[in-house]
Design a protein around this ligand. Structure first.
Ligand code: OGA
Ligand code: NI
Length: 333
């Protein structure tokens, strides 16, 4: 028999609530009015710029997308379909484990190399987001030493393979972005001084009352670049000129977005854009975010070659680990 649900503990995750047939939205998930998405608002679908990484125009297309949108859809990205599919299966397997099993990995320390959590740091938040996640934090090249959930042994191999391919893609994107800025192709990668990678598997169960809830609060990604896989359910929204738009999904595409640190390095030429995730009443949704970030000791500052009298530095230099908790897009730089 399933243990009785303990309503005083919201920390076991939202899937646990749904599994216990919680039919009304617990108050911790009811956002104050100013944080909610406006139910009167009609969200139009938006077609992100689509970049074919194999095409001759990939560089100009990425430049346009990063300058104007901060987001783009990426096809012909080189990550094999079966590598993604296996990772998706992995993600299902993990979130369908019992709560007791998942809670073995529970941690509120965002720097924990492998943690299961709900919302972000639930004990410190006034209002919780309607999602659970598993976060893997990889420092460069330690894929073998890394901790993995101790469940089907295949999990480790599949995740390693996924990270390996995403790392190649991340490096390739930095190269194309550097060239698009008129810089040496290694410039952004050098500024990274080695990358840190975070795989964040997000699980958004059906929500009994989606309107006052949010899957993910509005935020910009604090790191370098993010490469997102999402299923076909939809829920990701981006803000453009003050309006929210649904990001349509294309099943074989990945979504790439610029993070705050690349906005700083490019002195604001490439934009880190605010986005969020809404939830729905009937379907669960999954996404897999891959954060390709500079190492904690890297100095994040506008790249000298991009500066001149007409283009003075917009941001001051700071360590990567210091910028990672500050969001430019929320006006805190
Ligand atoms: C994120 C993110 C979007 C999504 O994890 O930072 O923005 O649709 N995810 O899950
Ligand atoms: Ni994000």
């Amino acid at each position: 028999m399933a243990p009785a649900y303990d309503p005083t503990s919201p920390f076991k995750g939202v899937k646990d609530l749904v599994d216990h047939n919680v039919l009304s939205l617990p108050s911790a998930y009811i956002k104050p009015f100013e944080k909610r998405h406006n139910p009167q608002e009609v969200f139009e679908g938006i077609d992100l710029p689509c970049v074919d990484l194999q095409s001759k125009t990939a560089m100009e297309d990425i430049k346009f997308a990063c300058e104007e949108w901060g987001f783009f859809e990426l096809v012909n990205h080189g990550v094999p379909e079966d590598v993604i599919e296996d990772m998706v299966k992995n993600t299902h397997t993990f979130f369908n484990l019992s709560t007791t099993e998942k809670m073995k990995y529970f941690s509120e320390d965002v720097f924990n190399p492998m943690r299961f959590c709900t919302s972000l740091t639930p004990s410190k938040e006034s209002y919780l987001d309607w999602h659970d996640h598993l976060q893997h934090w990889f420092k460069c090249d330690n894929l073998d030493n890394h901790l993995y959930p101790n469940i089907p042994t295949i999990f480790r191999e599949v995740t390693k393979n996924y990270v390996k391919h995403m790392q190649i893609l991340g490096k390739k994107l930095l190269m194309v972005m550097s060239k698009a800025l008129g810089l040496h192709e290694n410039k952004l990668q050098e500024t990274y001084s080695n990358e840190e990678m975070i795989v964040q598997l997000n699980y958004y169960p059906p929500c009994p009352d989606p309107e006052p809830a949010l899957g993910l609060n509005p935020h910009s990604d604090s790191g370098g670049i993010t490469i997102l896989w999402q299923d076909q359910v939809g829920g990701l929204q981006i803000q453009k000129e003050g309006k929210w738009y649904n990001v349509k999904c294309n099943s074989n595409a990945l979504i790439v977005n610029v993070g705050d640190q690349v906005q700083i390095m490019t002195n604001g030429i490439f934009k880190s854009v605010i986005h969020r995730a809404i939830v729905n009443r009937n379907l669960y949704r999954m996404s897999m975010a891959f954060f390709f970030n500079p190492c904690a000791q890297a100095t994040i500052a506008p790249i000298q070659e991009l500066l001149d009298n007409q283009n003075p530095a917009q941001y001051k230099a700071r360590l990567s680990k210091e910028t990672s908790i500050i969001s430019i897009s929320k006006g805190k730089m």
